[in-house]
Write a protein that binds this ligand. Structure first.
Ligand SMILES: NC(=O)c1ccc[n+]([C@@H]2O[C@H](COP(=O)([O-])OP(=O)(O)OC[C@H]3O[C@@H](n4cnc5c(N)ncnc54)[C@H](OP(=O)(O)O)[C@@H]3O)[C@@H](O)[C@H]2O)c1
Length: 302
């Protein structure tokens, strides 16, 4: 039994489809999905014979306890809860009941989504990233075999800018315009998580980085987006204070908005460049391909 938390997330949806497409279900393995609202799952997934659904939040002790009974492996994704009172509450406290359940039910393997920055001084003052790394430490301390899928910023984040790209031919982030950083497609993160969940041979704790195939600056991205959309699209860097105002204006708590600013500040100082690029950490989906397949239709629909 493999438990999938946040199966309605961007990564979780792809992961569930990848696992259902694999022949694991032929060998008798099953998936248990933990969803607050099972109606948000695709009907083919919800009604699949190899799938069980546990209704509720995976941060709820009773829900995650029920989900972990008899489970061999767990996929863990802590939501970026925008109204959380603190980063500790959003990532570490949210994960604590699960760690108790992993130990209580003898779960063997946990694979979690996290961020780059482990082992760096920048990672100790990087807002959301620091909290995510603390979450991973908590999971590893529960005694399970553990792998963090360590990610740079997702290509997917640009979907939040589809309307601005369509209406203003611009996108706005806090990232330094010429700093080349890795960026990764969620499909490649999900593929890495699926591989780890299906492989019983690893143990101990560690991380597997997913760096995409190349490092790109926001200005590089603007050039690629312009090529793909066939119209000039520019990039403008937002100061941290302006980003924070914008996020709190959308209803984000002060703590989460500050966590976002601190994270981008650390990224601008090289947080995402410490992890060496290797054949294993280089994931296949190029930014141009992602723009053609995902961003272009999203901008058209915005
Ligand atoms: N974006 C980045 O650049 C980046 C980089 C590195 C790491 N990460 C990490 O990646 C993760 C986000 O992945 P994603 O983009 O795939 O997620 P996502 O699409 O934002 O989905 C969030 C999921 O969390 C669920 N959820 C929200 N609040 C919940 C709650 N209180 N209890 C239970 N479930 C709740 C939502 O489900 P329902 O609403 O359907 O219940 C949804 O399935 C975060 O842990 C983030 O820190 C992100």
């Amino acid at each position: 039994m493999i438990v999938i938390t946040a199966p309605t997330s961007t990564i979780g949806r792809i992961l569930v489809n990848d696992l259902l497409a694999d022949d694991l279900l032929d060998s008798g393995a099953r998936l248990r999905l933990v969803a607050r609202d099972p109606q948000r799952l695709d009907p083919e997934v919800r009604n699949h014979p190899g799938v069980e659904v546990v209704k509720g939040s995976h941060g709820d002790p009773a829900v995650i306890d029920q989900a972990c009974a008899g489970a061999e492996a767990v996929f863990w994704l802590a939501p970026d809860e925008p109204t959380a009172p603190s980063l500790q509450a959003a990532y570490v406290d949210f994960t604590r009941p699960a760690c108790d359940a992993f130990a209580r039910h003898g779960v063997q393997r946990v694979v979690a989504i996290s961020a780059l920055g482990r082992g760096t001084s920048l990672g100790e003052r990087a807002g959301m990233v620091t909290a995510s790394l603390a979450m991973c430490d908590l999971i590893a301390a529960s005694g399970v075999a553990f792998r963090a899928v360590a990610c740079p910023s997702f290509m997917h984040n640009l979907l939040n800018h589809a309307k601005a790209i369509k209406e203003k031919n611009m996108f706005f982030m806090m990232a330094a315009p010429d700093l080349k950083n890795p960026t990764v497609a969620t499909r490649d993160i999900a593929a890495t998580a699926a591989r780890l969940l299906l492989d019983p041979s690893w143990n101990g704790s560690g991380q597997v980085a997913c760096l995409g195939p190349e490092n790109l600056s926001p200005n590089d991205m603007a050039q690629i987006i312009s090529d793909v959309l066939g119209t000039e699209v520019g990039y403008q860097q937002l100061p941290g204070a302006a980003l924070k105002d914008r996020l709190t204006g959308f209803g984000m708590s002060d703590a989460m908005a500050q966590g976002m600013v601190d994270m981008f500040d650390a990224k601008n100082q090289g947080l995402d460049l410490a992890e060496p690029r290797t054949a294993e950490s280089t994931t296949p989906t190029a930014f141009r391909q992602w723009c053609e397949e995902v961003l272009k239709p999203a901008v058209a629909a915005a």
